[in-house]
Design a protein around this ligand. Structure first.
Ligand code: A3P
Length: 322
């Protein structure tokens, strides 16, 4: 092991040791770091990202709690900001690359060593750069908060986000782990002990910021996006200071972007049906049903009461979910 790698491993251990630790849904531990439950696998990436990432004013950050529509919002954002470079034609990058490949997660980029190499890769990306993150707002790097870069946040009804996470976990878990029952999963979820959780803290952080600085953070809801994607494609473009021209509107550019990024289209693309991304996760599992309200098919009355109670107690600001 190179000397710098040894030092970094030592630093990581030194930082992790004093932190409260819980078992997550799988075998990995979660560490309570800066008030959120950070998966042990992401810790180094988060720290490196906080210490080294330099945001540019033109950057766009797609932030979300896992399973809230990240894949979709990444695709929409990439298509909107790059529409002059790539029209929604036969050779659009989204037809040959998954949106997570085009819009990488910041903490994932910074995982591992060789920071200089990562920084030079980042500085060579064509602007505007679009990145993803699951990190809670208070823990974003200062450079994101202080620069003029913009943040798009997507929030989803916790009932549906939970079912999406639980089904995803059981499909992608390592073979050696037992199938996680929905009751076991909900128990931890309601206590907030899930990667990047608690979910309510996550939503509240970005929601408060979207109210305090509406030109910096746009708070979107999965359900609203589903109901009127055209409206929100237009809204996102305006927020990112690249509104659609009348000519683009009349040429149907908004509809083309909506269709290109739709669940139905993305799910059947060869690039999304096979292969892996991130930590060897099969891409096909990113596209399940893409529906609103599917949770009713999984929840018993007792589970509904349990999660409703947790939301009521912890979220307080109910208008977030309305
Ligand atoms: P379901 O499991 O309820 O189907 P994330 O991208 O944050 O991991 O969120 C995954 C959820 O978004 C999954 O929900 C997935 O099916 C849905 N999804 C993926 N692509 C989508 C798209 N283009 N439009 C709408 N929903 C999408």
């Amino acid at each position: 092991m190179a000397l710098t790698e040894g030092l970094q491993a030592y630093e990581k251990e030194k930082l992790l040791l004093p932190l409260p630790k819980e078992r997550g849904w799988g075998s990995r531990h979660l560490y309570l770091f800066q008030h959120f439950w950070c998966p042990s696998t992401h810790f180094q990436g988060v720290i490196n990202f906080q210490n080294h990432f330099k945001a540019k004013d033109s950057d766009v950050i797609v932030a979300s709690f896992p399973k809230s529509g990240t894949t979709w919002l990444k695709a929409l954002t990439f298509s909107i900001v790059n529409r002059k470079r790539f029209s929604c034609s036969d050779n659009h990058p989204l037809l040959t690359s998954n949106s997570h490949e085009l819009v990488p997660f910041l903490d994932f980029i910074f995982h591992g060593d060789n920071i200089q190499h990562k920084l030079s890769y980042l500085s060579n990306i064509t602007e505007p750069r679009v990145f993803g993150t699951h990190i809670q707002f208070p823990s974003l790097s200062n450079s994101i908060k202080e620069s003029n870069c913009k943040i798009l946040y997507i929030c989803r009804n916790p009932f549906d986000a939970f079912v999406s996470s639980w089904t995803f976990f059981n499909k992608t878990k390592s073979g050696s782990l037992h199938e996680l029952t929905i009751e076991e999963a909900l128990e931890k979820y309601c206590k907030g002990i899930v990667g990047f959780g608690p979910t309510w803290e996550h939503m509240l952080g970005y929601w408060k910021e979207s109210i305090a600085t509406p030109n910096k953070v746009l708070f979107l809801k999965y359900e609203e996006l589903k109901e009127d994607a055209n409206f929100y494609v237009r809204r996102v473009a305006e927020f990112l200071d690249c509104p659609f021209t009348e000519e683009e509107e009349s040429n149907g550019v908004i509809e083309s972007i909506r269709n290109l990024c739709s669940f139905e289209k993305m799910k059947i693309l060869e690039v999304n049906k096979s292969g892996t991304f991130d930590r060897n996760i099969e891409k096909k599992y990113l596209f399940r049903k893409g529906e609103i309200g599917d949770w009713v098919n999984y929840f018993s009355p007792a589970m509904t009461e349990k999660l409703s109670k947790a939301i009521e107690e912890k979220l307080g600001y109910k208008e977030i979910l309305i």
